[in-house]
Write a protein of this length. Structure first.
Length: 308
């Protein structure tokens, strides 16, 4: 029988990786509504310090004919071939806090061996918690906050952030199996499923990437700057609002979704850790502004700003 460690190759410099770091995972392939996972991945790899710890074997896990990689034909020769990648990184957030980051494609094959490999890595690095993301299309409006369903064994996250707790069979992806096996060994694990407006599922929806980063921060205490993504989100939403305003049928659809959303949320209030003594909840922009100020002050070595 193949060994779990046969699926990946460790770099030589893993001995200096601190034990007890959180693991964050986001795999693309089966479902990535609103490009939530790919947007989250791109934002992190473009902004945080990171280095590869382990690389998974494409020829064992990846179906090239189902998801053909691209190569550029430059008149008379081939250039710029980028093979698919599934790798584990050691990364740092904007506060210098280290964490493990698993990003890349969802494996097409060897799911049980891949799961065993992930458990081997969790044990090797004595991972403190595992948090992973994916996103599905739902009949919800873009004019309301993106909701989430949370699975796993971290009840404090489920109670605080899970707006939809269904009893239903779902088509599994590879990390569902990883989460299931981690629960069996009582490792702290949480899966965040972002509920993306179905009419935006095929777009690159900046708010989805922002929500992904917020979910990871909530689960791990890591901090990530999101000001650029939020600005992109405001521009994107302005365009969508303009299209809705100019289309009677689309406006009717969004209005119906708003009514259903508001009715559902009235009967399912969530306890929020962000409310003040008067029960008031700061807006997303207020929270983002405070966080950006906090990060800026920390980078300059100044004192922490007052809490909201």
């Amino acid at each position: 029988m193949a060994r779990p460690e046969d699926l990946f190759e460790l770099n030589d410099d893993v001995v200096d990786v601190p034990k007890g770091l959180p693991l964050v995972a986001g795999l693309t392939g089966f479902a990535d509504a609103g490009s939530a996972v790919s947007g989250f991945t791109e934002a992190l790899l473009d902004s945080v310090t990171h280095r590869v710890l382990a690389t998974f074997d494409n020829d064992v896990l990846f179906d090239y004919r189902a998801r053909r990689p691209t190569i550029y034909f430059d008149q008379d020769h081939l250039v710029d071939y980028e093979p698919p990648s599934l790798a584990l990184y050691l990364a740092q957030d904007d506060m210098g806090q280290e964490f493990l980051l698993l990003v890349g494609y969802e494996p097409d094959f060897k799911w049980e061996q891949f799961t065993a490999a992930m458990i081997e890595l969790v044990r090797r690095f004595e991972v403190s918690t595992t948090t992973w993301l994916h996103a599905i299309p739902m009949p919800v409006p873009h004019t309301r906050p993106i909701g989430m369903t949370v699975s796993g064994n971290r009840t404090e996250l489920i109670d605080t952030y899970s707006v939809w707790k269904p009893h239903t069979s779902v088509l599994a992806n590879a990390f569902h199996i990883v989460e299931y096996r981690l629960q069996e060994i009582e490792h702290p694990v949480a899966g965040f499923v972002l509920l993306i407006p179905h009419y935006l599922a095929d777009t690159e929806y900046p708010d989805a990437a922002v929500k992904s980063l917020e979910a990871i921060s909530a689960a791990t205490g890591l901090f990530f700057a999101t000001d650029a993504l939020r600005e992109s989100g405001r521009e994107f939403n302005t365009k969508i609002d303009g299209q809705v305003a100019g289309n009677t049928e689309l406006a009717r659809l969004v209005g119906t979704l708003e009514q259903r959303y508001d009715s559902y949320m009235e009967g399912n209030p969530l306890r929020s850790p962000l409310t003040d003594e008067d029960g008031e909840l700061p807006t997303a922009d207020e929270i983002a502004a405070e966080l950006e100020l906090f990060l800026a002050l920390q980078r300059r070595g100044e004192e922490e700003p007052p809490a909201l």
